[in-house]
Design a protein around this ligand. Structure first.
Ligand code: CA
Length: 223
């Protein structure tokens, strides 16, 4: 799950990014409206967190432009004031939810889950690949009924592969899924995470196959 965080307060932005990454989201952080515009034009997000008070283009403007271009991603706005007019303007511009600063991070995370769940209710909540099961709402994997303990990036690798259900996922696509654009990515960084996921899957019924020059694909043994 990839989140775009648009917040000009660096301290708050860094803190929220760390927090969300710990909860296994891939986070891209931008600090003004113009960069937000660019990010939204080039990358598909599962959720957007938008501070209304931004330098340059105001948050409300970013939101309106995004919705005008038929962007459907759920948006949670952060507002410094709990003035009703502010919240109403945000919701009118197409926000799905809002939080008034200061807020409890646990509440933000609950709101994020609620938005993602609402979106996923229209899809299946479980993705099954042989003995490997992904609970999309809880964002948890189990293998043969036992929970798999994965870090954020390991989770992203396996999520992308299981959603492709056996089809090949290119290295480029996987790299884009796993790393935020604030991350420095070395050539073999992706291989490292794939290797770790392989180890956690063990040598059992589900493995990650390498298709040289093409990418990776999930395989299940028919045994
Ligand atoms: Ca601000």
């Amino acid at each position: 799950m990839r989140i775009l965080l648009i917040e000009d307060n660096r301290e708050l932005s860094d803190w929220l990014s760390r927090l969300l990454r710990k909860s296994r989201y891939v986070v891209d952080a931008v600090h003004d409206g113009a960069d937000a515009d660019t990010a939204l034009a080039t990358q598909l997000y599962d959720l957007i967190i938008l501070d209304l008070g931004l330098p340059g283009m105001a948050g409300l403007q970013v939101l309106k432009r995004f919705r005008q271009k038929s962007g459907l991603t759920p948006v949670i706005i952060l507002t410094a004031s709990d003035a009703v007019s502010n919240r109403v303007a945000g919701l009118d511009a197409g926000a799905d939810d809002y939080l008034v600063k200061p807020f409890d991070p646990l509440e933000l995370e609950a709101r994020i889950r609620a938005q993602l769940r609402r979106r996923q209710d229209n899809r299946t909540s479980q993705v099954v690949f042989g003995p490997l099961v992904l609970e999309t709402g809880e964002r948890r994997f189990s293998l043969d009924g036992s929970p798999l303990d994965l870090t954020a990036r390991e989770y992203s690798v396996l999520e992308a592969l299981v959603l492709a259900s056996g089809r090949v996922v290119s290295k480029a696509a996987l790299t884009e899924t796993v790393f935020g654009f604030n991350d420095e990515v070395t050539d073999n960084a992706l291989e490292i995470y794939v290797h770790r996921v392989r180890k956690k899957l063990g040598t059992g019924k589900v493995t990650i196959g390498t298709l040289r020059g093409l990418g990776y694909a999930l395989r299940k043994s028919c045994g």
